[in-house]
Each structure stands twice: as C-alpha cells, then as structure tokens.
Design a protein around this ligand. Structure first.
Ligand code: CMP
Length: 139
C-alpha cells in the first residue's frame, strides 16, 4: 500500500559539510522511500517564496539568505504516517533540544542552520513537493 508523503530539503550547511549521503542513508534506513530527489539551488526569490509563511518572523531575512547560500538536496519521501514520523526522525528545530538518534542532533549546527527541513502537515507536504517536482518526477 502506498504510504503518505512528506517533503524534505538537506540544507546548504549540511550539504557543504559533506553530510548529505549520511542523511539520505538515515532517511532510507528508517523506512522512507525516496519518490523524488533533486540537487539544486534556490535563488533568494525562490527561498523567500518557499518560506513565505514565515515572512513576519524576525529571522525571515536570515532564513532566506541562508537557504539561498548554496546547493541543497530536495526530496519527496513516502512512508505510512510520513509527516509525523519524519519530524520524529529529524528532531526538534533547535538541535540543543533534539533527541539522541535524530538527524538534527547528529548534523545540525544551530536552530537556524538545522541541517534538514521537514513538512509540518500533509497539505504543506503536497504544496512543498509540487514546488520542486512535476508529477512526472514523482515515482
Ligand atoms: P524549517 O523546519 O526548515 O522551517 C523554518 C526554518 O526557520 C527552520 O527550519 C529554521 O531553519 C529556521 N528558524 C526557525 N526558528 C529560527 C530562529 N529562531 N532563528 C533563526 N532561524 C530559525
């Protein structure tokens, strides 16, 4: 049975540090199927649009600059209960609060440079996935 889907990005600092392979390995080892995968880079305009929901937050400018600062991996993942299970696997936004065994505990530098993104709802997973991938790129 096909599971639910979520969307992730391996963020610029984690890619630059050479952690992408290990992060993808953790994702797959935890039962997520990679439906789509792309190595790409967001322009500041694209990063601003992707995170528009955070426009009023004080960290928005910093977030947009950071997400456009280097290449990322974007991926759609499939698993039963994907959104919730993936958020458990990545851990708390601030790595200082992330549990042992989570991706952010292992790889995140800070609350801002927190290694990976994970969608917060099924609805946002669909919107975010469609931002990066056409239907033909989802298998
Ligand atoms: P993400 O899960 O991609 O969703 C929003 C992002 O904003 C978050 O990960 C962090 O990278 C960033 N963020 C959240 N809170 C802060 C903060 N207090 N300061 C800087 N960046 C933040």
């Amino acid at each position: 049975m096909a599971g639910n889907r979520t969307f992730t990005m391996i963020k610029p600092e984690a890619v630059a540090a050479g952690h992408a392979g290990k992060i993808l390995d953790m994702i797959m080892a935890n039962g997520f199927r990679v439906i789509s995968l792309k190595y790409t880079r967001l322009s500041p305009q694209e990063a601003g649009a992707f995170y528009a929901v955070h426009k009023e937050r004080p960290f928005y400018g910093e977030l947009v600059d950071y997400m456009a600062s280097g290449p990322i991996y974007a991926a759609i993942l499939e698993k039963a209960n994907a959104v919730e299970d993936f958020r458990k696997l990545i851990g708390a936004t601030d790595p200082a609060n992330a549990e042992d065994g989570t991706i952010r505990k292992r790889f995140a530098e800070s609350k801002a440079k927190n290694a990976v993104h994970g969608s917060d709802s099924d609805e946002n997973a669909a919107i975010e996935g469609a931002y990066f991938f056409t239907g033909r790129e989802q298998h």
